[in-house]
Design a protein around this ligand. Sequence first.
Ligand SMILES: [Zn+2]
Length: 181
Amino acid sequence: MPKKRVVEALHTPKPFERAVFVKDNQILSQIDGNQHHVHFDMKNIRGQKDVTIVHGHPIGTPLSNQDYNCLMTSPEFKSVIAYNKHGEYSKMTKKSPHINLCLFPVKDYEAAIIGMDNLLKRAIKLKKNCKGMTNAEILATEDGQKLTKFARKVLTRTNNLWANNEKAFGIKYNCNYSKLV
Ligand SMILES: [Zn+2]
């Protein structure tokens, strides 16, 4: 029940990222992170093969470049899945461990990473400026509306980056998020 475990963590009063490592339907380990990040601690899975990382993304972002890098640089991993709080997934499976870096659509890749980075920074800043307000109240403000618009652009770009460049990235990508924001 790795999905249940990570989605549960997104429904706590202070939602956080939880990661569960799974192999052949067996849970190998579980790591709890914070609101924005979970560190994929390798200590229980060194030397394993075909491990899937199942984790939650509290604001419902698609898989990030950190997720991608982790998948591709650790021989232990086969797939990585991010669930949003509705239990919908963004999922990548490694197809080719040898990536030809020349094939990277570098411009798109950089733009997507910078966009995600800016989005997180802006969200943290807005939250700080709106102390005591609920998320719904924050998003209803003028700055909140602007941030939502920006988020939609950034997240669509990231999702398209994976979906449109599977071969270049050496992955298979699927996402069934009903909305990106
Ligand atoms: Zn992630």
